[in-house]
Design a protein around this ligand. Structure first.
Ligand code: DGL
Length: 265
C-alpha cells in the first residue's frame, strides 16, 4: 500500500505535459511530482501505437521503481495508445489519462461547429472515433492534425515566425468553416495560447483539459486515501534526450529551473 507522501509520476513525449503539470501543482501543491519528458522519442504523434505503448510501459516501470502512488499520462497521444495496456499491467494503480475536450466543446458551441487541433495519432485512433460517436452527434467536428507544431514548441521559442506561420495554416481553415470552439487536443498546444490570442477572434473559445486532469487526479487520490498532506511538494525532472536542452527550456515553460536528470533509455 503506497504512502500519502509518495510521489505522483507524470509523463509526456516531451515538454507538453508541463502544461498539465502546472495545473496539477496549482490544485495539489502538497504533492511531490516526478516528470519524465520522453524527448528522445518525440514526436509520439507520428509513431505507431505499438512503439508508444512500449515507451509508456518503460516509463511506468520507472515510476513504479520510484515508488509512485499514481501516474498521469499527460499526453493525449500516449493515452489513446497505452492507457488500456497500462491499466491491465498495473491493476489498482491510480492512472489518469486524457482525451480532447469533445464533450465540453459540444455543450458549449453555439455555431454548431467545433475544431480539434491534435496529433495524427490521436485523431486516427479508435478511441477518438468513439469519443466523437458518444458526444458529438449533434455538432460538426472538424479535425486538424498538426504535424511539425510539437517539434517547434520543443525548441522553447514560442514566438518564432515559423511557428506562427504553421499554426496560422492549421487554424485558419477551422475559423473559415465557422468554428466557435477550438479544442487543444495535445498537451503541447496550451503553450500556444498567447500566439492563438492574436489569431482567433474573441468569440471563439479555446479549451484544453489540463485542469480537468488535475481534478481527476485529486478525485482518484482522494478515493484511495492517498492525498498528500503538507509541506509543499517539489517537482523533479527526467528526460530521455540531452538534459541540457530541458534545463534551458524549463524556465520558459515551467515557472523555475528545477534539476533535470537523464532517463536511461
Ligand atoms: N503532447 C502529446 C499529446 O498530448 C503529443 C506530442 C507528440 O506528438 O509527441 O498528444
Amino acid at each position: 500500500m503506497a504512502e500519502r507522501s509518495a510521489p505522483v509520476g507524470v509523463m509526456d513525449s516531451g515538454v507538453g505535459g508541463l502544461s498539465v503539470l502546472a495545473e496539477i501543482q496549482r490544485l495539489l501543491p502538497n504533492e511531490t511530482l516526478l516528470y519524465v519528458a520522453d524527448c528522445g522519442h518525440i514526436p509520439y504523434g507520428e509513431k505507431s501505437p505499438d512503439y508508444i505503448r512500449e515507451r509508456c510501459r518503460h516509463i511506468a516501470g520507472f515510476f513504479h521503481e520510484q515508488g509512485a502512488k499514481a501516474m498521469v499520462l499527460a499526453c493525449n497521444t500516449a493515452t489513446v495508445a497505452a492507457v488500456a495496456d497500462l491499466r491491465e499491467l498495473y491493476p489498482g494503480w491510480p492512472l489518469v489519462g486524457m482525451e480532447p475536450a469533445v464533450k465540453p466543446a459540444a455543450a458549449a458551441t453555439r455555431s454548431g461547429v467545433v475544431g480539434v487541433l491534435a496529433t495524427t495519432g490521436t485523431l486516427q485512433s479508435a478511441k477518438f472515433a468513439a469519443l466523437l460517436d458518444r458526444f458529438a452527434n449533434d455538432v460538426q467536428v472538424i479535425t486538424q492534425p498538426c504535424p511539425g507544431l510539437v517539434e517547434l514548441i520543443e525548441t522553447g521559442d514560442l514566438t518564432s515566425p515559423a511557428l506562427r506561420q504553421l499554426l496560422q495554416g492549421y487554424v485558419q481553415p477551422l475559423l473559415a468553416a465557422g468554428c466557435d470552439t477550438l479544442i487543444l487536443g495535445c498537451t503541447h498546444y496550451p503553450f500556444l495560447r498567447p500566439l492563438l490570442a492574436g489569431m482567433v477572434p474573441d468569440h471563439v473559445a479555446v479549451i484544453d483539459t489540463g485542469a480537468a486532469v488535475a481534478r481527476q487526479l485529486r478525485r482518484l487520490l482522494g478515493a484511495n486515501d492517498l492525498l498528500a498532506e503538507g509541506p509543499a511538494g517539489a517537482a523533479r525532472f527526467w528526460t530521455s534526450a540531452d538534459p541540457e536542452t530541458l534545463r534551458r527550456i524549463l524556465p520558459v515553460l515551467w515557472h523555475k529551473s528545477d534539476d533535470v536528470q537523464s532517463f536511461a533509455l
